[in-house]
Design a protein around this ligand. Structure first.
Ligand SMILES: [Fe+2]
Length: 193
């Protein structure tokens, strides 16, 4: 990950966060309506509160409001697939939180929350994988499918002109960080992509 970014990247990063947090919030809300293991629901409620707080912080900093989806997104009904999606999404959010810290080190509480979110879903994914069988296989397949769709998402997030001189580096380091994380928990081998 880059250690330096110019201040011109601050606003696009905040704007991107605003959008991403609105999506994260909708995902977390939709997940609560699913059949999730005991313990997950309590975390999701806390997670929801944290994402609401982040969203308000970004709205205040930018002086705008985010577009809230009128309906909740459709999320997979199977917990093993949903857990991978949430894990991937939070891992991506964490990469952006790290970028944001370069230009806004005062927002470190957001980074801490995002680390907690990614870690929680990582533990859930590891639990599913440790039981083996069909659920573990489905989880790995879901991770591959999610990972294949990731590059265009990262490109969209880095679309702003301010990122142009760093775009290739940022894109590569984000994808590598997620591959490393997925490979580290045994979700997939890095060379598969
Ligand atoms: Fe999060």
């Amino acid at each position: 990950m880059k250690e330096q970014l110019p201040q011109t990247c601050e606003r696009p990063l905040l704007e991107q966060f605003l959008k991403a947090e609105a999506i994260a919030l909708a995902l977390v809300r939709a997940t609560q309506a699913r059949d999730v293991p005991p313990g997950v629901l309590a975390f999701l409620r806390r997670h929801e509160e944290e994402e609401v707080r982040h969203l308000q912080q970004f709205e205040e900093m930018l002086g705008t409001t985010s577009t809230r989806p009128a309906t909740l997104p459709r999320v997979p009904s199977e917990w093993c697939v949903l857990a991978v999606y949430l894990y991937g999404y939070e891992s991506l959010g964490l990469q952006f939180a790290r970028l944001l810290m370069i230009v806004r080190p005062d927002l470190s509480s957001i980074l801490k929350d995002e680390e907690g979110h990614a870690k929680f879903f990582e533990t859930e994914v590891c639990r599913i994988l440790s039981h083996g069988g069909e659920a573990a296989e489905k989880t790995r397949q879901a991770a591959l499918a999610w990972r294949r769709r990731l590059p265009p998402t990262v490109d969209r997030y880095l679309r702003d002109e301010a990122f142009a001189p760093f775009r290739d580096d940022l894109r590569r380091s984000m994808l590598e960080a997620i591959d490393e994380r997925f490979a580290g928990v045994g979700l997939c081998e890095e060379q598969k992509f």
